[in-house]
Design a protein around this ligand. Structure first.
Ligand code: MF3
Ligand code: CO
Length: 260
């Protein structure tokens, strides 16, 4: 189902998006060397509760995971890229960490992800890979406006990723979002312009380019959730929830600068 939000729902979507952006920003500032992924999860649970919001993840049990996720934030380290399940691991200097968070506030959901390097000695290749997913996300957002088609966004995202030399995995990509986290339309991370659903004001989309340094093949961890690169190479992922407006797109999941 494709949802088109009312003006009131869009106002609530802004609140949900700001909360996601602010929690991610707070988690990033706390994700220092020695911090345990389970601490990040616990802090997320607390921040969601303090805001009167609900986790989209804790009870989530889709076909691509085994049972309810049972956690509040996805924490993917180094070769892990999507659906990283928090576990007993302490962050080390140079770890490439992806945090992916979705919450529902006053009935509307927002979803975002950031990748960054922990500690003070980031590998330049990691920074370049992260920057590529951020540029691909920006290109997808720039292509989003009423009348544009999903294929235009997919093409914009995919062009940036392939120009940087990445093979694109099409199994997981962006999606519609609204009263629930995952809705139609699917937004593949590559595609043909001029194809697919035509965007309308009031549509909410989560765009989420992700790459693996030297492969497009995923493998699933023993935990039944965490998806890693088949080769063990490092990975990156950037995601925002955007609203299609009359004259373009509005990013909803930017941090406001307030502590969550
Ligand atoms: N937020 C992820 C996405 O971007 C979905 C995570 S599902 C979880 O679509 F259960 F793993 F948390
Ligand atoms: Co998403």
């Amino acid at each position: 189902m494709i949802e088109i939000l009312t003006a009131d729902e869009l106002t609530r979507a802004r609140g949900a998006g700001a909360l996601v952006g602010d929690i991610l920003q707070t988690l990033k500032s706390r994700a220092t060397v020695g911090v345990n992924l389970l601490d990040l999860d616990r802090w997320t649970q607390q921040m969601i509760a303090d805001a009167g919001a609900e986790s989209c993840y804790v009870d989530y049990a889709p076909s691509f995971g085994s049972g309810p996720f049972g956690h509040y934030v996805c924490t993917a380290v180094n070769d892990a890229v999507l659906h990283g399940m928090p576990h007993d691991y302490r962050l080390a200097d140079g770890d490439l960490l992806t945090l992916d968070l979705a919450v529902t506030l006053r009935g509307i959901s927002a979803d975002a992800a950031i990748s960054f390097v922990v500690g003070g000695t980031p590998a330049p290749e990691d920074l370049a890979m992260i920057a590529t997913t951020e540029r691909a996300l920006a290109a997808g957002i720039a292509a989003a406006r009423p009348g544009a088609r999903i294929g235009d966004l997919s093409h914009a995202i995919g062009s940036v990723l392939s120009a940087a030399g990445y093979a694109i995995n099409l199994e997981f990509g962006g999606h519609g979002i609204g009263s629930t986290m995952h809705q139609d339309p699917h937004v593949a991370n590559d595609g043909r312009p001029g194809r697919g659903y035509k965007l309308r004001p009031g549509l909410l989309l989560a765009l989420e380019p992700w790459v693996m340094a030297d492969t497009d093949v995923l493998r699933t961890d023993a935990d039944g959730w965490t998806l890693r690169s088949a080769t063990g190479c490092r990975t990156a992922h950037s995601e925002h929830t955007i609203a299609i407006t009359e004259d373009g797109a509005e990013i909803l999941t930017l941090p406001t600068g307030r502590a969550a």
